[in-house]
Design a protein around this ligand. Structure first.
Ligand code: MN
Length: 324
C-alpha cells in the first residue's frame, strides 16, 4: 500500500508544474524539514510555493530556503492557482491554520503525506504511515537517489526533531538507517543538533523558569502538569514558539506516566500530552484533538482554569482506566 502511494505521489510531483507545499501551524522541524526538502527537489524544474500560517521558529532558520516560506495570507494574496498541493505532516485541515483550506481550494489536486494516526485525511491520495518516526522518513523514500546536501540537512532535521534525537519510542532501525544515509548525503549531525537542541535565547530560558514554577504532580505521582500563560511570554519578552518542547520537562519526572502542558493562547488553551506507556492520542481525541500514541494534543476554547479542570479530570479517569 505504502509503496503504491509512494509511486503515485512521486508521479504527481514529477508531472505537475505549479505546486503548493503546505506545512502545519506552529511549525516543527518535521513539517519544515520535509517541506524544504521537497522544495529543493522540485524547484529545479517546477514552479513551487511554500506556505505556513505561522512564522518559522528561530531554531530552524539555518535550513536553506526557509526565507522562501510565505505566510498563508501572503500566499493567498498572490491569487495563484496550482495543479498540485501537498500538505506535509498534516492530515487534518485544521492543522494548516486559518486560510489553509481556502488556499488548498486553489489547487486542482491535494495530496497529504503524514505519519500521524488520524482517522480520515483530506488528501487524495493520502499517504499516511504511522510506523514512520517522522514525515521526513517518507519524504526520504520519495526523493531517494536525488538527495543533495541541502535536502539531506532538511530531512535529517525533520527526523532528529520528531524522534527526540533518536530517544523516543518511534525510533526504529529504519529511522537510524535513513539518518545514516542522510549523513552520507551531507547532513551534519553535530551542526544540526547544536542549532536545534543546544541553542536557546535568554528569554526562552527565563520562560522555562516561569513555567517550571507552576509544575505540579498529583498525589499518585503519575500525573504531572505545568502551565504556560500569555503573561509569562510578556514578562520575559519570549516569542510565541519559545515554549515548544516544555512538556518534556514534565514527562521526564520519575514516576510520571502522563505529562500535560497547558498553554494559554488568547482565549484558547493548547494542551500537550505526553506519556511513556499510555496512548495519549485517545485522551486528546476526547477533546477533539489527536496525534500519536505517546505524543498528542488538543485545543480547548475555554479559560485556563476551566480547561485545566476538565482535562485533569479526564486525565485522572484515563490513568485509572475508566476511560479506554
Ligand atoms: Mn511529524
Amino acid at each position: 500500500m505504502s509503496e503504491l502511494l509512494r509511486v503515485q505521489i512521486k508521479e504527481l510531483l514529477d508531472n505537475s508544474r505549479r505546486i503548493l507545499l503546505c506545512a502545519h501551524r506552529n511549525p516543527d522541524g518535521d513539517t519544515l524539514g520535509s517541506m524544504l526538502a521537497l522544495w529543493h527537489y522540485l524547484r529545479r524544474d517546477h514552479q513551487v510555493r511554500m506556505v505556513c500560517c505561522d512564522p518559522v521558529p528561530e531554531v530552524y532558520r539555518f535550513l536553506a530556503g526557509w526565507e522562501e516560506i510565505l505566510s498563508t495570507q501572503a500566499a493567498s494574496a498572490l491569487l495563484e492557482t496550482y495543479q498540485l498541493a501537498v500538505a506535509v505532516d498534516a492530515s487534518d485541515l485544521g492543522r494548516l491554520g486559518p486560510g489553509g483550506e481556502e488556499l488548498l481550494a486553489r489547487a486542482e489536486k491535494v495530496v497529504t503525506i503524514d505519519h500521524h494516526a488520524v482517522g480520515l485525511s483530506f488528501g487524495d491520495p493520502s499517504w499516511l504511515d504511522s510506523t514512520a518516526a517522522a514525515t521526513g522518513e517518507l519524504i526520504f523514500s520519495l526523493l531517494e537517489g536525488a538527495i543533495t546536501p541541502q535536502m539531506a540537512a532538511a530531512l535529517y532535521t525533520a527526523i532528529v526533531t520528531d524522534c527526540g534525537s533518536f530517544r523516543y519510542a518511534n525510533t526504529t532501525a529504519r529511522t537510524l538507517a535513513i539518518a545514516s544515509r542522510l549523513v552520507e548525503a551531507g547532513a551534519d549531525p553535530n551542526k544540526i543538533a547544536t542549532r536545534v537542541f543546544e541553542t536557546r535565547t535568554l528569554a526562552s530560558l527565563r520562560l522555562l523558569h516561569q513555567a517550571l514554577s507552576t509544575l505540579e504532580v498529583d498525589q499518585t505521582g503519575q500525573l504531572g502538569w505545568m502551565e504556560l500563560r500569555d503573561d509569562m511570554f510578556e514578562a520575559v519578552g519570549a516569542s510565541p514558539n519559545e515554549g515548544e518542547g516544555f512538556v518534556n520537562y514534565v514527562r521526564m519526572i520519575s514516576g510520571v506516566r502522563l505529562a500535560i502542558l497547558f498553554h494559554e493562547n488568547g482565549s484558547k488553551v493548547r494542551v500537550s500530552l505526553r506519556s511513556q506507556d499510555l496512548d495519549v492520542g485517545k485522551l486528546a481525541s476526547l477533546f477533539g484533538g489527536g496525534g500519536h500514541m505517546r505524543a498528542a494534543g488538543c485545543e480547548l476554547s475555554q479559560a485556563l482554569p476551566q480547561a485545566k479542570s476538565e482535562v485533569l479530570t479526564a486525565a485522572r479517569d484515563f490513568l485509572q482506566g475508566t476511560i479506554k
